[in-house]
Ligand binder design. Structure first.
Ligand SMILES: [Fe+2]
Length: 285
C-alpha cells in the first residue's frame, strides 16, 4: 500500500554512488606522487572524504622501470592496503600504472611486465611526451590492440599538440583508443587552454573517463572528483557526468567492454564570431 513519506526523510536520502578514481599517484615513494607513507595516507583520507571508494594506483612506469613493473606495483599495493586497514581508512587500492609510451611498450606488455587498470588485462593507461607526438604512436597503439589490450590515453587535453588540434584524436578513437580527462583540467587548474581543450573533448565524444591524476593530499593535485562532477553536469548533463565518472570507470576495472559514442569533429568558430563572443562577454580577443 502506498504511504506518504514525511518530507524530512526525502530530503535526507542521498543517492548511493560508487566513486572510482582510475588515475592516482597515491603509492608512497615510487614517483612524483605521494612522497612518503604519511602523505599517501593523507591522500587516502582526502579521497574518502570526497566519496571515493576505490583508487587504481597508477605510478609512472618509464625508462628502466618497465621490466617487472606489474609484480613490483602489486606488492606495493598489497602493502599499502594493509596500512589503510590498520589506519581504519575505508578505501580499496587496486594495482595499475601510467605507462610512458615507448617503442618497446607492446613487447613489455606481451611479456606480462605491465600492470593494467583491470585484473583481466584489458585496459592499459598510457601517457605521452608533453611537447611532441611520438613518431611511433600509431604503431604501438596498433600493436597493443593486436595484443588484446585497449590503450587508455591519460589527459589528452594536457598535450600541447592535442589541445591545439583535438580532432587528431578522432582516428585513434575510431581505432579503439579511449581517453581519460583530468578532473583538474575541467576546473581550470592547468590553465585556460587546457580547460577549453578538455571541454571540447567532453562535448565532442572524445572523452571516455575522468580521473583525478592526484599527486598530493591537498591543493590542485588532490584526489577529489565531486567538484568536477558539478562542472561536468553543467557542461554536458547528468548522464554524461555519470558515464565518465561512474559507469565507465566501473566498466574498466571490471574488464568490461565499454559502449562509446562516435567522436564528432570540432569546428572552431570563425574569427569574426569569436570576436563578437569576446566582445559580448566583455573579454579582449
Ligand atoms: Fe599521472
Amino acid at each position: 500500500m502506498w504511504r506518504k513519506v514525511p518530507a524530512i526523510i526525502i530530503t535526507t536520502i542521498t543517492p548511493v554512488m560508487t566513486m572510482i578514481d582510475l588515475h592516482c599517484h597515491i603509492l608512497p615513494g615510487l614517483d612524483d606522487g605521494a612522497r612518503n607513507e604519511e602523505e599517501a595516507l593523507a591522500m587516502a583520507e582526502t579521497a574518502v572524504k570526497d566519496g571515493i571508494t576505490t583508487i587504481v594506483a597508477t605510478p609512472h612506469v618509464l625508462d628502466q622501470g618497465y621490466r617487472g613493473a606489474r609484480e613490483r606495483i602489486a606488492a606495493q599495493v598489497e602493502d599499502f592496503n594493509g596500512k589503510l586497514r590498520a589506519a581504519g581508512i575505508p578505501l580499496l587500492i587496486l594495482p595499475g600504472a601510467e605507462v610512458m609510451a615507448a617503442p618497446e611498450v607492446p613487447g613489455y606488455f606481451r611479456a606480462g611486465d605491465l600492470p593494467t587498470l583491470d585484473a583481466a588485462g584489458r585496459y592499459l593507461l598510457l601517457e605521452l611526451p608533453f611537447q611532441e607526438s611520438p613518431w611511433y604512436l600509431e604503431r604501438i597503439l596498433f600493436e597493443l590492440r593486436v595484443a588484446g589490450v585497449t590503450p587508455v590515453l591519460a589527459h589528452p587535453e594536457r598535450y600541447r599538440y592535442l589541445r591545439q588540434s583535438p580532432n587528431l584524436l578522432i582516428p585513434y578513437i575510431n581505432n579503439g583508443l579511449l581517453t581519460q580527462i583530468n578532473a583538474g583540467s575541467l576546473l581550470g587548474y592547468f590553465g585556460e587552454e587546457v580547460r577549453r581543450a578538455a571541454e571540447i573533448m567532453v562535448t565532442h565524444g572524445m572523452a571516455h573517463l575522468v580521473a583525478s591524476d592526484a599527486h598530493r593530499p591537498r591543493g590542485a593535485r588532490k584526489p577529489v572528483l565531486s567538484s568536477c562532477r558539478r562542472e561536468l553536469t553543467v557542461l554536458a548533463g547528468e548522464e554524461v557526468a555519470k558515464r565518465l565518472l561512474e559507469e565507465n570507470p566501473a566498466g574498466v576495472i571490471a574488464g568490461e567492454t565499454l559502449q562509446v559514442e562516435e567522436p564528432r569533429e570540432y569546428r572552431p568558430a570563425k574569427k569574426g564570431f569569436r570576436r563578437l563572443v569576446a566582445w559580448v562577454s566583455g573579454k579582449n580577443c
